[in-house]
Ligand binder design. Structure first.
Ligand SMILES: [Zn+2]
Length: 394
C-alpha cells in the first residue's frame, strides 16, 4: 500500500464519538407503496439519525451482538439493533445500565436501539418450568438460578425506561401455537389491558413505545387485537406470536395478513422474531417495515452461512480446499478477506474467529436482502424479485 493510500484509509476510519442527534420519539415517513403489493418504502427518524425501511435488525441479546464490536455491526449496514430486557434485567440489572448513562453508552453503540418487553423470554425460557400468569403479571423462575421472579407490564416499562432504548415494547403474553381459540381470546384481551397499563407507566419522553398485536392465526382475534391496540395510540405496532413455538409459515402469513389492514399507514410495522430470508420477503410484500431475529448469529456459531443458493455448512469436508469466499458476490468483511477453507479450518479447530466471520457475513446477507427489497419497491418489481430469489434459494 502506498503512503497516500494509508493516509486516505486512515481518514475513513470513524472513531466512536457518542452523539445523540435528536431528542424525540421516532417518526415514520412513508415514501411509497409498491404498485402490485402492500410493500412499503419508508424512513424512520430516530434519536440517532434517520434509517431506511424495510430493515432487518440484528439481535444483541445481552447488550452485544454476539462476538461483534459495534463498529463491526455498523459496517454490515445495520441501523437499529435489538437488546433483550429480560436478560439485562437479570444481569447486570437496569440500575447499573442507568448509572452507566443508558444502554447506548454502556455498550458504546451510537445507533438506535430497540428493547423487547421481556414477555417472550418469560414464556420461552421458562417454558418447561412452572409459570403463573395472573392479571397482575407473570410469576416464574429465573432461567439462571431458579430464583422466583415477577414481571408485570409496569415493571417491564420501568426497566426499559431506565435502559433508555429508543424504542420500547409493551409487555404481552406470547402463547404457544398450540393454544386453543378460547385461550388466545382471553390472552389477547389481557394483552390489551397490559398494553394500556404499560402506556400509563411509560415516562421516558425520548423513547417510543410500540403496541403488540396478538391473536394467533385467527382473523377475528387479530382484527380485534389490532383495532383495540391502535385505539391506545402507540408510536408503532408489532405483530407478535409468529415465532414463539412451532408456528407454521402459513400461520405466520395469515397473522400478518389479518393484522396489517387495521394498522395505521403513518406508523412503523414490526414483525417480531422473523429472520428467514423468504419470510422477510413475504413480510415486506405484506406491508411489514422492520424485522429482527437471532438467526444470522445463531446459525453462524454452528458453522452455517446464508448464500443466494440457500444455507451452507462450512464444517463440511467439501470446503477443506475451497479457496473462494463464502459468496463471490458478497461485499462483507469476511468475503472480502477470507476463504471457505480458512473459515472451515477456524471452525474445525474451535477458533472463535470462525463464528465471528460467519456472523458478519450472515448479518450482511440479510441487510443486503433488505437493501435489494428497497430497490425493488422503488422500481415496482418486488414480485419479480421474489421469483428470482426463490429460483436460486433452496
Ligand atoms: Zn459475505
Amino acid at each position: 500500500m502506498k503512503i497516500e493510500e494509508v493516509n486516505n484509509s486512515k481518514k475513513e476510519v470513524s472513531f466512536f464519538f457518542f452523539e445523540r442527534v435528536n431528542l424525540m420519539k421516532i417518526e415514520y415517513n412513508l415514501i411509497k407503496t409498491e404498485k402490485n403489493t402492500k410493500a412499503r418504502l419508508g424512513t424512520i427518524k430516530t434519536n440517532y439519525g434517520t434509517v431506511e425501511t424495510p430493515m432487518f435488525m440484528p439481535v444483541g441479546t445481552k447488550a452485544t451482538v454476539k462476538g461483534l464490536s459495534p463498529e463491526e455491526v455498523k459496517e454490515t449496514g445495520s441501523a437499529i439493533i435489538l437488546a433483550n430486557t429480560y436478560h439485562l434485567w437479570l444481569r447486570p440489572g437496569e440500575d447499573i445500565v442507568e448509572k452507566a448513562g443508558g444502554l447506548h453508552k454502556f455498550m458504546n453503540y451510537d445507533g438506535p436501539i430497540l428493547t423487547d418487553s421481556g414477555g417472550f423470554q418469560v414464556f420461552s425460557l421458562a417454558k418447561n418450568k412452572k409459570k403463573d400468569i395472573t392479571e397482575e403479571g407473570v410469576h416464574f423462575k429465573s432461567h439462571i438460578d431458579g430464583k422466583a421472579l415477577f414481571l408485570t407490564p409496569e415493571k417491564s416499562i420501568e426497566i426499559q425506561n431506565k435502559l433508555d432504548s429508543d424504542i420500547a415494547m409493551s409487555f404481552d403474553e406470547c402463547p404457544p401455537a398450540s393454544a386453543s381459540y378460547e385461550y388466545l381470546k382471553n390472552s389477547v384481551e389481557r394483552t390489551i389491558r397490559w398494553a394500556k397499563r404499560g402506556k400509563e407507566t411509560h415516562r421516558n419522553p425520548n423513547q417510543s413505545l410500540f403496541g403488540i398485536v396478538q391473536g394467533g392465526a385467527y382473523e377475528d382475534l387479530r382484527k380485534y387485537s389490532a383495532i383495540e391496540t391502535v385505539k391506545l395510540d402507540f408510536d408503532g405496532y408489532s405483530i407478535g406470536g409468529v415465532a414463539n413455538d412451532g408456528e407454521s409459515k402459513e400461520d405466520m402469513y395469515k397473522a400478518i395478513d389479518y393484522s396489517i389492514p387495521y394498522l395505521p399507514e403513518n406508523k412503523v410495522r414490526y414483525l417480531m422474531g422473523v429472520g428467514e430470508p423468504i419470510d422477510i420477503i413475504e413480510g415486506v410484500i405484506r406491508g411489514v417495515d422492520i424485522f429482527d431475529c437471532v438467526l444470522p448469529t445463531r446459525i453462524a456459531r454452528h458453522g452455517q452461512a446464508f448464500t443466494r443458493n440457500g444455507k451452507i455448512n462450512l464444517n463440511n469436508a467439501k470446503y477443506k480446499e475451497d479457496f473462494t469466499p463464502i459468496e463471490e458476490s458478497c461485499d462483507c468483511y469476511a468475503c472480502k478477506h477470507y476463504t471457505k477453507a480458512y473459515i472451515r479450518h477456524l471452525l474445525n479447530t474451535g477458533e472463535m474467529l470462525g463464528g465471528r466471520l460467519l456472523s458478519i457475513h450472515n448479518i450482511r446477507f440479510l441487510i443486503r436482502l433488505t437493501e435489494e427489497l428497497r430497490e425493488a419497491i422503488k422500481e415496482d418489481r418486488i414480485l419479480e424479485y421474489k421469483e428470482e430469489f426463490l429460483e436460486k434459494y433452496h
